[in-house]
Write a protein that binds this ligand. Structure first.
Ligand code: 6PG
Length: 242
């Protein structure tokens, strides 16, 4: 299991709009930095309700020429095992919130209509850039991240870079997720969290005793954190940059 215990930069924003603006600005600068160093930049994207506005702002920056979207490889930090046009599909979220505004990026994703979901995890893993330049994560009120859930053996996977999850407590039950190994190998991680309902899980993720099997969001501890003030309400001041 990953051993990173040093906390990365923690930024606290007053509300959801400020969180979106600050995290989008940071990610844009990160993309521009990577593209000054390398030919392409890979970003793994999460689902959920928080990141859509961030994807739209990043796409608008690409459409405005602030970076060359054709040099971006977008992939998924996790995906539900559903067809790409299903309401639960994270591919659908990315297509509707990012690629609808700037269609230049390349999108790498597992096939939700695959017959064998366990086998598709290996096909998707083989298609991913290694290492991924930036993984964008959220966390759930139980401390999950991606589709790595507390207490699940899949949350401890350190060989494969993608796991197939068949018993997600957050519906739908069947998913694919980047593994603890992929998060450990990623060049950078940014976790974006809003809502007081996440405060307890977030305090465990950033400041709690190291136990990533119990709180998989700890696997992102070394990364950068953008928090809305309600989500950050149980953190001690010492961890915060703003
Ligand atoms: C998923 C997400 C999941 C999400 C968290 C936070 O596909 O379900 O990747 O890990 O990031 O559950 O979701 P919210 O952004 O809705 O709080």
């Amino acid at each position: 299991m990953a051993t990173a215990q040093v906390v990365g930069d923690v930024f606290v924003e007053p509300d959801a709009n400020a969180l979106t603006a600050a995290s989008s600005r940071w990610i844009l600068k990160h993309i521009q930095h990577v593209l000054r160093e390398r030919e392409r930049c890979s970003i793994a994207l999460s689902g959920g309700n928080t990141p859509g506005p961030i994807y739209r702002q990043l796409a608008e920056a690409g459409a405005a020429g602030e970076y060359d979207g054709s040099r971006l490889d977008l992939c998924l930090a996790d995906e539900r095992c559903v067809p790409a046009d299903h309401a639960d599909s994270n591919v659908r979220l990315v297509r509707e919130s990012w690629l609808a505004i700037d269609s230049k990026p390349n999108l790498i994703c597992p096939r939700g209509d695959a017959q064998d979901w366990a086998a598709e995890a290996k096909v998707y893993a083989a298609a991913l850039p290694e290492p991924i330049d930036l993984v964008l994560l959220g966390i759930g009120p139980d401390g999950h991240t991606g589709s790595l859930f507390p207490g699940a053996s899949t949350a401890a996977e350190m060989e494969q870079t993608v796991v197939y999850v068949s018993d997600s407590p957050k519906p739908p039950p069947h998913r694919w997720s980047l593994s603890a190994r992929a998060l450990q190998d990623a060049r950078a991680i940014v976790t974006i969290v809003a809502g007081a309902g996440k405060a307890e899980a977030l305090a465990r993720a950033i400041e709690g005793p190291w136990d990533p099997l119990a709180t998989p969001a700890q696997l992102a501890r070394r990364g950068t954190w953008f928090l809305e003030s309600g989500a950050a309400s149980l953190l001690t001041r010492s961890n915060q940059n703003s």
